[in-house]
Design a protein around this ligand. Structure first.
Ligand code: SF4
Length: 91
């Protein structure tokens, strides 16, 4: 069930429809910038590196901001649900 502030349809999501954040664990240095910028999309692992939240909503402006702000370009926006720990082929 979407929250009130989440888009409910692909039309409302626009070009972000179906995309989720993904963190490449081999690149993440644990700066925490994405956690502060988009806490609905990221969570910290035991190694202090960021991961996509399993319950992350579709990418929104905060996810795009976090992607742009990551100092090591470890974040990508990919189609489908988050897959923790597995780099997508298109990053
Ligand atoms: S901003 Fe980038 S380097 Fe920093 S915790 Fe997030 S994914 Fe890792």
């Amino acid at each position: 069930m979407p929250r009130d502030d989440e888009p409910r349809t692909a039309r409302e999501e626009g070009p972000r429809a179906g995309r989720r954040v993904h963190v490449d664990p081999a690149l993440c240095i644990g700066s925490g910038i994405c956690l502060a910028t988009a806490p609905r999309h990221f969570q910290a692992g035991e190694d202090h590196r960021s991961r996509a939240r399993p319950d992350a909503p579709a990418a929104d402006e905060s996810a795009e901001d976090a992607t742009a702000l990551c100092p090591v370009e470890a974040i990508g926006l990919i189609a489908g649900p988050p897959v923790p720990g597995i780099p997508p082929p298109d990053l």
